[in-house]
Design a protein. Structure first.
Length: 450
């Protein structure tokens, strides 16, 4: 898989020019107190983005998914929300749209990463602080000498730092990639910071820690898979970062994210626990076995209607395409949205730069985990970062990640462009959505330039 989920400057500029006059807000009843009304279009999205609309329609018509919605924007022009299908296979399910709710899983990581960078800006964190400054249990870590086959260890020779947590270089494991006896230890101690379905939650909740503090302290008892700062390995680092944020800020992790990010940016459809009043907007998550699609987490009794054991900074959020667009728009604009500043431009520039320790490379992760693959990449605060401008591709500093249920997102601060796509099914790489979406958007851009 190549890293092609990007839009060229000219292409998105053309989209922006074509849509600058296309949206005019029209009064209409609010669908939900939590949802922003969608402005009506004087020109339909299907006329502005015919190839993208055709792609979305075909994916639903071919029964690849029940529904899909995208959010694409350039500069301060209106965001376009092409959509097709419904939020579930139920006959009476609502249409997928900008305010539908989707499990974003690992796309929670950039939210946590930017939250941590706010504390760096505040002077309450330093990228090269040892994590033990905030969580003393991490002071004397051990490294597994053969992590795939044994629990034998040796003392670590360097501390885990804040930088390491943000960039998956702490040496921490992850149940989706860890193997052997170390995986069994993660499972025994309940180091399972994600929700999948109500049935699976019944088994996981009794062994899972009941707070971020307990979670982090348990993690510190486990052997590392590598010396801190020496290897990129997908991990629970952003989940541990949630506890660091609590200690450094003096407030709960979820309150920090709500008061410093969601509230100022008017992200009213972002939840660790979906309120019962909003269940009508929640998509069902599916699992594919071959070509058979089966409801894994139906909206009506979704595990995301339950309060989680603690907020999972690496995989815990349910969000709308509109909300994620507002988050990306803030990054695109250097920390400000609608006149409200939540971060300084230099903090955004740092967060979307290559923060990997010297000598460490990022080669990508499998599409099934929701991550990205390709060359010319480093890693920033919770997301991949493009290291140099690419002709007809991403600009330097383009920051991106994806989610295990198929969601994708990117923002190119230099080119002032952004996009996200929301779907919900496992495995995420069943369909080459990144490549298909970009190809369609480039077709639309080429048509607009003619």
């Amino acid at each position: 898989m190549k890293l092609v989920h990007w839009i060229s400057t000219g292409g998105l500029a053309a989209l922006a020019a074509a849509t600058a006059y296309a949206q005019q807000a029209q009064p209409r009843p609010q669908v939900s107190p939590q949802a922003r009304p969608t402005p009506r279009m004087t020109i339909p999205v299907s006329a502005l983005l015919p190839a993208t609309t055709k792609l979305f329609d075909s994916l639903v018509a071919q029964n690849k998914m029940p529904g899909i919605v995208g959010a694409f924007g350039v500069g301060e022009g209106p965001t376009l929300f092409p959509a097709a299908g419904k939020i579930s296979d139920d006959p009476n399910a609502p249409a997928a749209g900008p305010d539908s709710l989707w499990r974003v899983y690992s796309m929670s990581k950039p939210i946590t990463g930017m939250s941590a960078m706010m504390l760096v800006e505040d002077g309450k964190l330093n990228l090269d602080d040892p994590v033990s400054k905030y969580i003393p249990a991490f002071k004397d870590m051990k490294v597994a000498t053969s992590p795939d086959t044994s629990l034998a260890t040796r003392p670590a020779t360097r501390p885990i730092t804040i930088r390491n947590l943000l960039t998956h270089t702490a040496g921490l494991g992850y149940t989706i990639v860890t193997k052997g006896p170390l995986l069994k230890e993660y499972e025994r101690l309940g180091i399972l910071p994600l929700s999948v379905s109500a049935a699976m939650e019944e088994k996981m909740r009794p062994v899972r820690p009941k707070s971020l503090e307990e979670f982090a302290n348990r993690v510190a008892t486990l052997p590392l898979i590598a010396e801190p700062g020496t290897k990129w390995s997908y991990s629970i680092g952003l989940d541990v970062m949630g506890r660091v944020i609590e200690v450094a800020s003096g407030m709960s992790f979820e309150r920090f994210v709500q008061t410093r990010l969601f509230d100022p940016l008017k992200m009213r459809s972002s939840f660790w626990q979906v309120p019962q009043s909003e269940v009508g907007r929640l998509a069902t998550n599916y699992a594919f076995v071959g070509d058979t699609r089966t409801p894994l987490d139906p909206a009506a009794n979704s595990v995301f209607l339950q309060k989680p054991s603690f907020p999972y900074g690496g995989a815990g959020l349910v969000m709308s395409a509109r909300d994620y667009d507002r988050f990306l728009h803030m990054i695109q604009d250097g920390g400000t949205l609608d006149g409200v500043r939540v971060m300084k431009p230099e903090t955004i520039a740092l967060a979307t730069s290559n923060l990997l320790p010297a000598g460490v490379m990022f080669g990508g992760v499998g599409g099934g985990t929701g991550g990205t693959q390709g060359s010319n990449m480093g890693f920033g605060a919770g997301g991949s970062v493009v290291l140099a401008d690419t002709p007809n591709g991403p600009g330097k500093g383009t920051y991106a990640w994806g989610g295990a249920a198929g969601t994708i997102a990117w923002v190119d601060p230099a080119k002032h462009s952004r996009g996200n796509v929301m779907v919900n099914y496992f495995p995420a790489d069943r369909i080459p959505l990144r490549q298909q979406v970009v190809a369609a958007l480039l077709q639309d851009a080429a048509r607009l330039r003619r």
